[in-house]
Design a protein around this ligand. Structure first.
Ligand code: PGA
Length: 254
């Protein structure tokens, strides 16, 4: 089964509008000079407030843009929230859901994340579903159980069609923003477990087609080895996606 590679940048709460425009300008220029391999897609999730302006200026330049979160509600009196329909209406293509920072600081759990995925899919957005264990959970030997449980709770109930619009990002919490990367072997064994879980929850076809990205201190220097693992279909990149030259290094490593 040959799956495409996705290199997705998660900008988190970094970059003002002028800073974002400058980085995307540099990035699109670099990608025009040297295109990524044909089976590599480049996605970026800037802060939502900046999304429409970026899309207006840089659509059709080889990058897909998306948001970092959406509400589980359709619309209503939810001050400060952004709906999936709003994200879709500015022609964004995907939304990151269940990131460990949302889980840690905004108390999101997999029941809520399931609803958010549902909202995204109902609005024809691709959902990047994030999962991953903490350091304590890994040290206690619970990492496989934790991730299996997360994937099962968040994704059970979707049909095969819906699953084709979901991408999974395995992001061990201890590797996010720490400079400590999971070894290619550690990442591969978890990705294989996730794919096996999908095989059990759905079927072989869903499991084989699913794109499973690795996230957590991906850098130009470690990307090639991570991405060459059989069950790793690209990366979700935080820190290194903020600097155009680092991000292109990762894109070309794919
Ligand atoms: P990092 O972040 O690449 O800075 O570790 C990854 C993420 O949080 O998605």
């Amino acid at each position: 089964m040959s799956r495409k590679k996705i290199v997705a940048g998660n900008w988190k709460m970094y970059k003002t509008l002028p800073e974002a425009m400058e980085t995307i300008g540099t990035l699109t220029h670099a990608l025009a000079v040297q295109s990524p391999k044909e089976n590599v897609e480049v996605w970026i999730a800037p802060p939502s407030v900046i999304l429409p302006m970026i899309i207006h200026n840089y659509h059709n330049r080889g990058i897909s843009f998306g948001a970092q979160n959406c509400s589980e509600h359709k619309e209503g009196a939810y001050t400060g929230e952004i709906s999936a329909a709003m994200i879709k209406s500015v022609e964004a293509q995907f939304v990151i859901l269940g990131h460990s920072e949302r889980r840690a600081y905004h108390h999101e759990n997999d029941t809520l994340i399931h609803k958010k995925i549902r909202a995204a899919l109902s609005n024809q957005l691709i959902a990047i579903y994030c999962c991953g264990e903490t350091l304590d959970q890994r040290n206690a030997g619970q990492h496989f159980d934790i991730v299996r449980k997360q994937v099962t709770e968040a994704l059970s109930g979707f049909n095969a069609d819906e699953m084709s619009n979901i991408v999974i990002a395995y992001e061990p919490v201890w590797a996010i923003g720490t400079g400590v990367t999971a070894s290619p072997e550690q990442a591969q064994e978890m990705h294989a477990l996730i794919r096996e879980t999908l095989r059990q929850l759905f079927d072989g076809k869903v499991a084989d087609q699913m794109h499973i990205l690795y996230g957590g201190s991906v850098k130009p220097g470690n990307a090639a080895e991570l991405f060459s693992q059989p069950d790793i279909d690209g990366g979700l990149v935080g820190g290194a996606s903020l600097v155009a030259s680092d991000f292109t290094g990762i894109i070309y490593a794919a």
